[in-house]
Design a binder for this molecule. Structure first.
Ligand code: ADP
Ligand code: ZN
Ligand code: ZN
Length: 733
């Protein structure tokens, strides 16, 4: 019998699917999109089941208006992964689907690649290649890209080449374009450009052989110090995958996706490479998505959401810097891209490699207990030397905008030798607070439970939590005194101070404020590499992924806060950050030095980290976690709730607590903390509270939540608050 009812998942905040009639002239498929009426709204939904019965009376069931896709939007394995995601993160299926789709498809656009423009060299262009291009660097870049074969326009422009360069070259008659209909591309065995391929060292060779000797799903941790050649290992692992006509997915952190990263892959392989990141527009995004599915891309490199790209034949997944916080989505579907990637590899039965110099404690624990294969790279590749690390006791020392005299002296030494110095301070703005000198009043954001940050260049105070801003305050709002002081040091202040301390050297500040304009970060990084600046000041942004061969001194100014934070992950994050920042130094043949200013030189964590390295630190931290019954030895879920009134939120979470405690599983090693006000108790006018649930086993946590979710959702209070579950939360703020 033809099914006449379709179950449809819709992007509505209701945790269930809905029945629709199938008119006999339509034939929807599971995993395909349909257009339906929901109330008075027309919505795009995904069919999840075809059947012949419904519990809803027939005359109440609306018909499907339109079938958008004749077949499923996803390969079966990826569709199953999305079902798993919805279950594991306890997130409505309709919303999970829409989270995983490019915006254009979410809106119902046709899932079909349009014709594209393909560029190739002309005979005249080939002749010009022999002559060269003088100072026209961008033109030369395009010409060399096309030397190996024609490329679609998208592939060229994602490499930081503007269309005007292409048009320019076309006018000269060196390149020409043809309009091509989309077609799968077959890449053969001749895919590798071997020109500057380094000879592998023993550890690299062992790592590669270990992966290649296995078949099917295996998870590997590639723990390799900064500069030890992890990327080289990835490239060698991807090669045989491509040679078999299969594809590779490479996930990188938000800030790690630089043109250098991309060009390393492009320079090595003669296959189409797609790049997916948050900066793409809708058309680019859907093009990349469909290209991978239709086998027009050999490699997809992307940030978190690229995880949900469909492939024709995925052969390997790489997660670079697997410990990075940007892999965890902090709103809506709060998934962890690394964890979901492991599940994806499992479902697709392919290998996955997690690379890091500073593996997350969860990952390391899985490697140490044998759940993952543990591969190590312990020496810096090439001729780079390890750095020397030093704790600088600043107790009692006068600090000039956060800088101690010994650090200033050290900086001078390195600068006079013609080297670069990097200062790390993870706080943008001029100062994190503005205080009245007469009465102690501090300027506070009205909408948040937080102080305003003072920004000197824009003469503003800004809230870093809700983004609200206003002109700088000149008068105390409590006692009317005009004597206001800045409290604490941010990157802007440090920059001002440095121009006074070192007038002969140029400094540059890299943070979210200074790099707001598109392309400005790239320009700044180029200028640094060209030696235009001697002193680099930066936040997290400067800590990751970039290579600065002339930096020989790295100073960390103010990280003590992390040593005594209430967040149990703070020390892990500090250790990872320290290693990352120090990895910026001494990349070339110049030895690097790292100085960490602290008021706690005796702190055990710091000593272990600096003397014995990250791996020892991590092992010690794991023991601490075990003793404290914290992840990865237990499993957490954070119930987050917020509303306009604090008492509503508290009451709601109190009721949630009762429901959870009444469940028969609760006595099997579960615990609840709260309700407690969130560390940021008010944000953008909403009061925020937390309830933290802990279980000894993941399966128990899952069962507990699954069984109680409906009861929680149907609490009358649930309508007054916005609430959500954060499964295995990372940031408890
Ligand atoms: P990681 O990803 O671990 O930070 P990279 O793969 O970026 O390290 O390697 C650091 C540098 O060392 C790169 O310039 C790379 O080309 C070079 N390199 C990698 N492996 C080797 C090797 N076996 N011999 C020489 N140089 C190498
Ligand atoms: Zn605010
Ligand atoms: Zn005052």
């Amino acid at each position: 019998m033809q099914p006449n009812i379709a179950l449809v998942a819709l992007p509505v905040p209701l945790d269930r699917e809905f029945d629709y009639q199938i008119p006999d002239y339509l034939s929807p498929s599971i995993g395909g999109r349909v257009l339906v009426l929901f109330g008075r709204q027309k919505l795009v939904g995904i069919v999840t089941e075809l059947k012949n019965h419904s519990d809803v009376p027939v005359d109440k069931i609306k018909p499907i208006i339109e079938v958008i896709d004749e077949k499923s939007l996803w390969p079966e394995s990826l569709y199953n992964l999305l079902l798993w995601c919805s279950r594991f993160y306890q997130y409505p299926l309709g919303d999970t689907f829409s989270n995983a789709l490019p915006g254009a498809l979410r809106k119902g656009k046709e899932a079909k690649l349009s014709a594209s423009i393909e560029w190739r060299l002309t005979t005249q262009g080939r002749e010009q290649l022999a002559i060269g291009f003088g100072r026209a660097v961008k033109q030369a870049k395009v010409m060399h890209m096309l030397e190996r074969g024609s490329l679609v326009q998208h592939d060229i422009t994602t490499q930081d080449v503007s269309t005007s360069v292409l048009n320019n070259l076309a006018q000269k008659g060196w390149i020409e374009s043809v309009v091509t209909q989309p077609h799968p591309i077959k890449w053969g065995s001749d895919i590798e450009a071997v020109a500057d391929k380094p000879q592998l060292n023993t550890e690299q060779a062992i790592a590669i052989a270990s992966v290649n000797n296995n078949h099917g799903y295996h998870c590997y941790l590639l723990e390799g110090i900064t500069g030890s050649g992890k990327t080289e290992v990835y490239l060698n692992l991807i090669k045989p995958v491509l040679e078999q006509g299969k594809q590779a997915l490479v996930l990188v952190p938000e800030i790690g996706l630089t043109p250098q990263t991309i060009s390393r892959f492009r320079n090595r392989f003669n296959v189409p490479i797609m790049v997916i990141h948050s900066g793409l527009n809708e058309t680019e995004r859907v093009t990349a998505w469909l290209s991978a599915y239709e086998s027009r891309a050999g490699i997809v490199i992307g940030t978190r959401s690229a995880l949900f790209t469909p492939f024709d034949a995925l052969g390997i997944i790489i997660v670079d810097e697997e410990h990075d916080a940007s892999y965890k989505q902090q709103d809506s579907l709060r998934y962890h891209a690394r964890d979901v990637a492991i599940m994806r590899a499992n479902i697709e039965n392919i290998p996955i490699v997690l690379g890091s110099a500073t593996p997350a404690l969860e990952t390391l624990n899985n490697a140490l207990t044998g759940k993952y294969h543990h591969l190590t790279l312990s020496v810096r590749a090439g001729n780079a030397l390890p750095t020397t690390n030093k704790l600088l006791d600043v107790r009692g020392l006068f600090l000039e905008s956060g800088l101690s005299a010994p650090l200033i002296a050290e900086m001078r030494k390195h600068l006079e030798l013609g080297n670069q110095v990097l200062l790390f301070l993870n706080r943008r703005g001029f100062s994190p607070a503005l205080m009245c000198h007469e009465c102690g009043w501090i300027a506070e954001c009205k909408r948040c439970d937080a102080y305003y940050t003072y920004h000197h260049y824009t003469r503003e105070v800004r809230c870093h939590h809700c983004g609200s801003q206003q002109p700088v305050i000149h008068q105390c709002q409590s006692c009317q005194s005009s004597h206001l002081l800045t409290v604490g040091v941010g990157t802007e202040q440090l920059e001002c101070q440095l121009s006074e301390l070192f007038p002969d050297y140029k400094s540059i500040r890299i943070d979210r404020d200074s790099t707001r304009k598109k392309g400005s970060l790239e320009d700044a990084l180029d200028a640094i590499r060209n030696g235009e600046y001697q002193i680099l000041i930066g936040t997290q942004m400067l800590a990751k992924g970039h290579h600065f061969p002339n930096v020989t001194l790295v100073g960390l100014l103010d990280v003590d806060g992390s040593l005594y934070s209430s967040d149990f992950r703070a020390s892990e994050r500090l250790a990872q950050l320290f290693i990352q920042v120090s990895g910026r130094a001494g990349r070339a043949s110049k030895p690097g030095e790292v100085v960490l200013q602290t008021h706690h030189p005796e702190h055990r964590l710091l000593k272990t980290l600096l003397v014995d390295g990250y791996h020892h630190f991590a092992k010690e931290a794991l023991i601490e976690r075990k003793n404290a019954h914290l992840p990865p030895f237990t499993f957490l879920t954070l119930v987050r709730a917020e509303a306009n009134r604090s008492d509503w939120v508290e009451e709601f979470l109190r009721q949630v607590r009762h429901i959870l405690e009444a469940h028969h599983f609760f006595n099997v090693g579960c615990q609840i903390l709260g309700p407690t006000p969130a560390p940021l108790a008010k944000k953008a006018g909403k009061y925020r509270w937390h309830l933290l649930v802990q279980a000894q086993k993941r399966s128990i946590m899952q069962q507990l939540l699954r069984d109680t979710k409906e009861a929680i959702a149907s609490l009358p209070m649930a309508k007054r608050v916005r609430w959500g579950l954060d499964i295995e939360p990372h940031d408890i703020s």
